[in-house]
Design a protein around this ligand. Structure first.
Ligand code: BGC
Length: 721
């Protein structure tokens, strides 16, 4: 804490200190009306009088340089103490130039790309006057029904941590005045909501929490993230915002985090709805006791904290510490010196959506697309005859994905336009069917089939509406709608050269699609440049290299299904996957294996893995082992490959996962080129939360795997002695 902020604090009245902890929407301060503004929750009325409103410390969710200037100017004009607002925003996967959803970016397995995309978003956001983004969201996810899996990086703790670090570095890194602060969320275990229903109960053991869910938040904290947001859910019966074990003991205690903690939207009031507090005063008490500094969009601190101090329940020192953390962040971000930070109307116009940013968003979409199936139809040949586009997602900008901040669908490139840009002729389009999941309207089938019949190949754009994923958008049916299957069947009757381009914010259970479609290219929700990226991929000007970071189930009944599950006492042998074996852990009506496993994704080229080596078959705690193998591009395309490194702890004092990702490297190989990739194993690599909940490596056998997906076989064993 600095001398300056200490002096500021000393001059503040108690009321002013309390109001530093309040956060309202930036729209509160507009004199001219906002361009864009979201309220993400059901809010109870906030009963602050005008004077109090102009003492509030921070604000959220409004985009635009001019609106920002208007809001800050008006705030400072009316505020008695003139302590500027620190302005925050959900910049989740891009600010104005929207890049693919985070689940997609993770599929790139490219730390550098994740960092560059975050930096781009930070630059665009800072030019609109933003100081903080409510990202990265690093909740580990296993249930594709949950709409928010699109914001996450998937089911693996190590990958989530790597993406968290890269993203934090991107926001807060090396861009000087264009940096913004990150805010990792939602602490903790929001991704474990029962039945994949948003805001639902989380019931999780301490072991599971520590082993799977906490590592990514910790990685963000270790990377220096400036803020942490608590989650809506309960953990061990207590909503996270008032959860002392999580916030005070683990986050601040064990991890030594000393930055700002903010609640989620309206979560203070939800302590009452949850039934753990009687009223707002008690909510304020619980949250302050746990260690939450900023209250987002409610009024518990504002109306009751002073009273709690008078009654001796909360100390002035607790309040001061919280306020200082906020003032220190304001100082660090330059808000105290310049309330407008980097806001710049002209520069924002030049930089946002500039060609370089579009190019990076396009690269992001290319490198995160996952080729799920290819019977040889792809890549398409530009000279082989007319290509047409069919499907409800073929001629629309509604492929940028939810949480698109200041991005606009009208500024996005559709698949149809992407193909027109590439091919230079008037590519024909037919919608074929509606996008709504319950549509039964077949009236557009004939037109679509006629077009398919007259074309050499068909790019069929199927999937989910972009508003079927994101906050508050959960589903119980994650298959494609029947109408889309019917359309596909009809088209296949007249043309077999069909490539299904899939748009989705979550894993889908598309076993039926996998059976019939000749090729499936999963674009996720690819962002502003989605159509151009898609065209590059379809024609081989870019080669797919994305790998799934969340398992695709065969059907919803398999959910939760994830690769890094524990061993059971009655596992079903892999070779028995296709048959029912009673009294083993399995189902009568479906295999145990998923449709597509974690780490899976095809390429247009072929990679051969050989020369697997492990430097020793024994190691002591202080030793290092090296696992390596050679990868050769034996196909016809220069391409990228994600080399994945897994370990299995064969026996522990607690049951261990069947496999755990411990490293990955994305390499690019020319045709015929080969490269040795190696991974280091240290004691740290082998640690886990053992029987006594101690984070240690236990002696014994370990298996080592390197391969192209999580189905790869082990090639060596070693012993920790
Ligand atoms: C979401 C957060 C988001 C906040 C502010 C909440 O409803 O859960 O992820 O940052 O709103 O918009």
């Amino acid at each position: 804490m600095s001398q300056r902020t200490k002096e500021m604090l000393a001059k503040m009245s108690r009321k002013q200190k309390v109001f530093q902890l309040e956060q309202l929407t930036t729209a509160t301060y507009l004199t001219k009306g906002g361009k864009y503004h979201i309220i993400t929750g059901p809010n109870s009325p906030i009963k602050f009088d005008k004077g109090m409103v102009y003492d509030v410390g921070t604000s959220l969710n409004l985009v635009g340089a001019e609106t920002m200037i208007d809001a800050q100017t008006n705030y400072l004009k009316n505020s008695k103490y003139k302590n500027p607002l620190m302005i925050m925003q959900d910049v989740i996967h891009g600010h104005r130039t929207i890049y693919p959803i985070n689940l997609a970016v993770a599929s790139s397995f490219d730390r550098g790309l994740a960092k560059d995309l975050a930096s781009m978003a930070a630059k665009e956001a800072s030019l609109d006057g933003m100081s903080v983004t409510f990202a990265p969201m690093v909740d580990l996810v296993r249930d594709p029904r949950w709409g928010r899996v699109m914001e996450s990086s998937g089911e693996d703790p190590y990958l989530n941590g790597e993406m968290a670090k890269a993203t934090v570095q991107g926001y807060q890194g090396d861009m000087g005045k264009y940096n913004i602060a990150g805010c990792v969320k939602h602490f903790a275990a929001y991704g474990a909501a029962e039945a994949g229903r948003d805001y639902n109960t989380v019931d999780i053991s301490e072991r599971n929490l520590r082993e799977y869910y906490l590592p990514a938040y910790k990685a963000a904290v270790d990377a220096g993230v400036k803020m942490v947001m608590t989650a809506f859910n309960i953990v061990d019966g207590v909503p996270c915002v008032g959860n002392e074990h999580l916030v005070r003991d683990i986050l601040r205690g064990e991890w030594g985090y000393n930055g700002v903690v903010i609640s989620d939207h309206g979560a203070f009031d939800e302590l009452i709805t949850h039934g753990v507090c009687e009223n707002r005063k008690e909510a304020a008490y619980l949250a302050m006791r746990a260690g939450c500094d900023i209250e987002m969009m409610s009024s518990c601190y504002g109306l009751h904290l002073e009273e709690l101090i008078d009654e001796g329940k909360i100390t002035e020192e607790q309040l001061d510490k919280a306020v200082l953390r906020i003032l220190d962040l304001k100082e660090e971000l330059g808000v105290l010196d310049n309330p407008y930070r980097s806001v710049n109307v002209e520069e924002a116009k030049r930089v946002q959506l500039c060609p370089e940013h579009r190019a990076l968003a396009r690269k992001g979409a290319e490198d995160s697309a996952v080729l799920l199936k290819n019977d040889g139809v792809l890549p398409l040949d530009k000279n082989a005859g007319d290509v047409c586009v069919i499907g409800p997602l073929g001629n629309t900008g509604y492929i940028i994905g939810g949480w698109h901040c200041g991005g606009k669908e009208t500024e996005a490139v559709s698949v149809l336009d992407g193909l027109k840009n590439k091919l230079g002729y008037d590519v024909k389009y037919a919608q074929g069917c509606q996008i709504e999941y319950d549509s039964v309207d077949e009236s557009m089938f004939d037109e679509a089939c006629q077009l398919a019949k007259n074309s050499k190949s068909v790019v069929l754009c199927l999937g989910e509406h972009q508003d079927y994923s994101g906050e508050g958008y959960c589903r119980t049916d994650i298959n494609l709608p029947e109408i889309q299957y019917k359309l596909l069947d009809k088209i296949l009757e007249v043309n077999k050269n069909v490539v299904v381009v899939l748009f989705t914010g979550r894993p889908l259970s598309i076993g039926r699609l996998d059976k019939v479609a000749p090729a499936i290219l999963n674009m996720w929700m690819p962002g502003t440049e989605g159509g151009n990226a898609c065209a590059n991929l379809l024609f081989g000007d870019a080669v797919p290299s994305g790998k799934l970071t969340m398992t695709f189930p065969r059907n919803l009944g398999q959910v939760p299904i994830y690769y890094n599950h524990y061993t059971t006492g009655r596992p079903k042998a892999l070779e028995d996957d296709d048959r029912f074996v009673r009294f083993t852990s399995c189902y009568i009506d479906v295999q145990n294996s998923p449709l597509y496993p974690f780490g899976y994704g095809l390429s247009y080229t072929d990679f051969v893995y050989s020369d697997f080596k492990l430097s020793n078959n024994e190691m002591k705690a202080e030793d290092k082992l090296v696992a390596s193998c050679k990868i050769k591009n034996v196909g016809k395309y220069k391409a990228k490959e994600v080399v994945q490194f897994y370990i299995r702890d064969v026996k522990g004092t607690c049951v261990r996962p069947v496999k755990e990702l411990k490293g990955f490297e994305k390499i690019e190989l020319d045709v015929g080129e080969e490269k040795v990739v190696s991974f280091e194993i240290t004691e740290e690599t082998l640690k886990y939360w053992n029987r006594d909940l101690k984070y240690v490596a236990e002696k014994g056998d370990f298996e080592v795997f390197i391969g192209k997906d999580s189905d790869c076989k082990s090639f060596a064993k070693f012993k920790l002695v």
